[in-house]
Design a binder for this molecule. Structure first.
Ligand code: ADP
Length: 466
C-alpha cells in the first residue's frame, strides 16, 4: 500500500522540493551565465593586455636612433611575465633583443607551471595550453620589431579572478541554502496553519460519528475553503442533533399515541368483562374510534415510510388540480360544517402531469391541517394559478399560524409546532413531511408563510411539463 504522510509533512516536503528545484535551477543558470560572461571578459582582457604591451613597446622605440631602451624592455617583459605573459622581442633582422625565457628560465617555467596547474585543477576538462602569438610591430609602415607573446589560451584566470569566482560561488551557495531553509520554514508554518483546522475537523467528525452532536468547531481561519468546511461540519452536527432529538421525540410520541387509546380500550373492555359496564353500542363505538386512531397513526407511518423510501414510483397522468382540490375539500365537509368554516376554491390552471393519488394525498394533508388549525368561524381559501413554466397551488387559512422560529422545521418528520396543542389536535408531525416528499418527487417545491395567531399560507409549485 502506498505510504501515507500527514498533510503537514506532505505540504512541507512539497514546498521544500519546489524551493529546492527552483533554487537549484536559478543557481545553475546564473552560474553558467555568469561564468560565460566572465570568460568573455577575461578573453577580451588578455587581448587588450597583449595590445597594450605592443603599444607600450611602440611608444618606447627611439626611431631616430633606431634603438630600444633595454631597461624599459626588461621592466616591461618582467611585468608581463608576472602577469602570465611570456614576451620575446627581436629585431626585424631576427636578432633577439629581449627574451623572458633567456632572461629568467626558471621564473618562466614557474609562471607557466603555476597557471597550467591552477587552470587544470579548477577546470579538469580545459583544452587550454600556452600558445604563442606573433606580431610585427610597425611604425610608419616599417617593421621595427617582431614580438611574440605567449599565454595560456584561450584564457586563464589570475589569483584575483579565482578569488572573485570563489566569492561568487560562496554567495550563490549561501543564498541557496538560506532560501531553502526559508522555504522549508514558510512551508512548515503554512502547512501547520492548514493542517490544524483540518485535523480538528476530522476529530470532530469522529466524535460526531460516536454520537456527540453537541460539539462544534469554534475556530476561524484565514482560508475561506477551510472556514466553509468547518461551517459545513457544524451544520451537519446541528442537523444530526435535530434529527436525533426528532427521533427521540417521535419514539416518545408514538408510544404516547399508542398508549392513550390502548389504555382507554383496555379500561372499557375490563369494565364490560367485569359486568360493571354494559357493552352498549356507544361504548363499543368509542372503543372502535380508539382503534381507528391507532390504525390512522400506523397508516401515517406506513405512508411516510413509503414516500421516503427511494423506490416509490409516480404514476403520472394529466390531472386537473382545480377539480381535485374541490373533490378533496368535499371529503372534509363534515368537519367544515362542524366548525362553521368559510371555504372557497378559485383560480384556474392547465392540466399537469402528476400522480393523482399522491397529489390527492398532498391536498388531504394541507387541507386537514388547515381545518385542524383554524378555529370555528375561520376561513380557508384554496387558489390555483400559473406562471410560465409552473402551476401554483396555495392553501391559505386564518387560523392559529406557526411561530416564526418553528417555520424552518415544520416539513421535517415528526416535527410538531406547539407540542401541547398538537397532542390535543391529534397530529403526529408526519403530514407535511409526506407533502414535501411527494412534491419534491414531482420536481416541485413547497413553501410556507405564516404568522403566529395570524394564519398560514402553503404554496406548492409544480412544473407544467414532465
Ligand atoms: P401534524 O400531523 O402534527 O399536523 P404536520 O406535518 O402536518 O403534522 O404539520 C407539522 C406541524 O406544522 C403541525 O404540528 C402544526 O404545528 C404546524 N402546522 C401545519 N399546518 C398548519 C396550519 N395550517 N396552521 C397552523 N399550523 C400548522
Amino acid at each position: 500500500m502506498k505510504k501515507k504522510y500527514n498533510l503537514k509533512t506532505q505540504l512541507s516536503l512539497n514546498i521544500a522540493l519546489v524551493a529546492l528545484l527552483t533554487v537549484a535551477l536559478i543557481s545553475v543558470v546564473s552560474n553558467v551565465f555568469i561564468n560565460r560572461q566572465f570568460e568573455d571578459y577575461v578573453v577580451t582582457r588578455h587581448r587588450q593586455r597583449a595590445e597594450s604591451i605592443l603599444a607600450d613597446l611602440n611608444h618606447q622605440y627611439d626611431a631616430a636612433a633606431e634603438m630600444w631602451s633595454m631597461d624599459f624592455l626588461h621592466a616591461l617583459g618582467m611585468q608581463a611575465l608576472y602577469d602570465g605573459y611570456i614576451v620575446k622581442i627581436s629585431s626585424p633582422q631576427k636578432e633577439m633583443l629581449w627574451d623572458a625565457e633567456n632572461h629568467d628560465m626558471s621564473a618562466c617555467m614557474q609562471v607557466m607551471e603555476n597557471i597550467s596547474r591552477k587552470m587544470r585543477e579548477r577546470f579538469p576538462d580545459t583544452a587550454g595550453k600556452f600558445s604563442v602569438n606573433n606580431y610585427d610591430l610597425k611604425r610608419n609602415g616599417k617593421i621595427i620589431a617582431q614580438v611574440s607573446i605567449s599565454y595560456f589560451s584561450p584564457y586563464f584566470y589570475n589569483d584575483d579572478d579565482f578569488r572573485f569566482l570563489d566569492a561568487l560561488n560562496v554567495i550563490l551557495a549561501g543564498s541557496s541554502v538560506f532560501s531553502l531553509l526559508l522555504a522549508v520554514l514558510v512551508g512548515w508554518i503554512l502547512a501547520r496553519h492548514m493542517s490544524t483546522p483540518i485535523r480538528k475537523t476530522a476529530e470532530i467528525a469522529k466524535q460526531m460519528s460516536e454520537g456527540d452532536y453537541a460539539i462544534r468547531m469554534e475556530e476561524k481561519t484565514s482560508i475561506r475553503e477551510l472556514d466553509e468546511l468547518m461551517n459545513s461540519v457544524n451544520q451537519l452536527a446541528h442537523s444530526l442533533s435535530r434529527q436525533e432529538s426528532l427521533r427521540k421525540q417521535m419514539t416518545a410520541d408514538v408510544a404516547h399515541e399508542l398508549r392513550t387509546p390502548l389504555t382507554n380500550i383496555a379500561t372499557h373492555i375490563e369494565a364490560m368483562m367485569e359486568g360493571i359496564w354494559k357493552p352498549t353500542p356507544e361504548r363499543l363505538s368509542s372503543c372502535h374510534e380508539e382503534i381507528e386512531r391507532i390504525g390512522q397513526l400506523i397508516r401515517d407511518l406506513e405512508n411516510l415510510a413509503r414516500v421516503e423510501s427511494g423506490n416509490f414510483r409516480l404514476d403520472k397522468t394529466q390531472i386537473d388540480l382545480v377539480e381535485l382540490a374541490k373533490k378533496t375539500l368535499s371529503s372534509f365537509e363534515a368537519d367544515i360544517a362542524a366548525k362553521n368554516l368559510n371555504v372557497s376554491v378559485d383560480g384556474a390552471c392547465p392540466d399537469i402531469p402528476a400522480d393523482r393519488n399522491r397529489m390527492r394525498q398532498v391536498l388531504v394533508n394541507l387541507l386537514s391541517n388547515a381545518v385542524k388549525y383554524t378555529p370555528p368561524g375561520g376561513a380557508i381559501h384554496v387558489s390555483l394559478s400559473e406562471t410560465e413554466g409552473s402551476v401554483l397551488l396555495a392553501v391559505e387559512d386564518n387560523g392559529v399560524g406557526i411561530p416564526q422560529e418553528e417555520l424552518p422545521f415544520i416539513f421535517e418528520r415528526f416535527y410538531r409546532a406547539d407540542k401541547s396543542r398538537n397532542r390535543l389536535s391529534g397530529g403526529s408531525g408526519i403530514g407535511l413531511a409526506v407533502v414535501k416528499a411527494i412534491v419534491t418527487a414531482h420536481d416541485g417545491k413547497v413553501e410556507v408563510k405564516s404568522h403566529f395567531e395570524n394564519g398560514s399560507r402553503f404554496l406548492v409549485t409544480l412544473p407544467k411539463t414532465v
